[in-house]
Design a protein around this ligand. Structure first.
Ligand code: PEP
Length: 249
């Protein structure tokens, strides 16, 4: 059974005191919900967040990691380091990592392998740019990103993979894919997975939508058959908005 997930990607926002304040608010708003809830603070605040949320059902996850376990990689952080502060889920392949830090499909495949080797769960992001959509090649772009990053995995490995379709033109722009556009792409992605790995993986893999999800549009996006939740940027920085999205399930 695939799971519904709402994950907040805080990006490079919130210092320690802001993190403490937002977590206090999140704890106040948190009630029984119909989905898994995750937040991804910046690396320096992971330990604090993990400790502060230890007894809650909000999981603390990481925004990125390196594929090596340790070594001369200045400024990087590894899977064992994340594990050591209680983090067992990582976002990989976010479009900002792909665009600004030149992360290629090949590098991402290595990161996925490293995360799985350390028993972590991966939220693997991908999505087309505006030019791709205008040219009608969004499906081939998405298929390439998924197959280059993930199709070397065994069927078993997919138990720990969550997909996040994030059209680049919708991230942080206020422009959201319509529920129909999201459903069309998610259905396509599920079909691609089923063709490659069979029905079990196709049916069981959660596919999140990301790109300007907010309280006003979450319910209609999540109502679509193949949309299993959201990766939320801007709206995850306000506890009230984030929980309005969580409660859309
Ligand atoms: C994101 O960065 O993953 C994202 C979806 O951002 P936003 O919700 O702000 O568009």
């Amino acid at each position: 059974m695939r799971r519904n997930i709402v994950a907040g990607n805080w990006k490079m926002n919130n210092d320690l005191s802001q993190t403490e304040a937002l977590i206090t608010e999140l704890k106040k708003q948190n009630q029984t919900s119909n989905c898994e809830i995750m937040i991804a603070p910046t690396h320096t605040n992971l330990w604090h967040a993990f400790e502060a949320l230890r007894l809650s059902d909000i999981e603390v996850i990481a925004q990125n990691m390196h594929y090596e376990d340790n070594g001369a990689f200045t400024g990087e952080i590894s899977a064992p380091m994340l594990n050591s502060v209680g983090v067992t889920t990582v976002i990989l392949g976010h479009s900002e990592r792909r665009a600004y830090f030149k992360e290629t499909d090949a590098v991402l495949a290595k990161k996925v392998d490293a995360a799985l080797r350390h028993n972590m769960r991966v939220i693997f992001c991908f999505g087309e740019e505006l030019d791709d959509r205008k040219a009608g090649r969004q499906e081939s772009v998405v298929k390439d990103q998924i197959s280059n990053g993930l199709f070397h995995l065994t069927e078993q490995a997919w138990n720990n993979i969550v997909l996040a379709y994030e059209p680049v033109w919708a991230i942080g722009t206020g422009e959201t894919a319509s529920p129909e556009q999201a459903q069309e792409m998610h259905q396509f992605i599920r079909q691609v997975l089923t063709e490659q790995y069979g029905n079990r993986v196709g049916d069981a893999t959660s596919i999140l939508y990301g790109g300007s999800v907010k309280p006003s549009n979450a319910a209609e996006l999540f109502a679509k058959n193949d949309v299993d939740g959201g990766l939320i940027g801007g709206a995850s920085l306000k506890a009230e908005d984030f929980f309005a999205i969580v409660n859309a399930f």
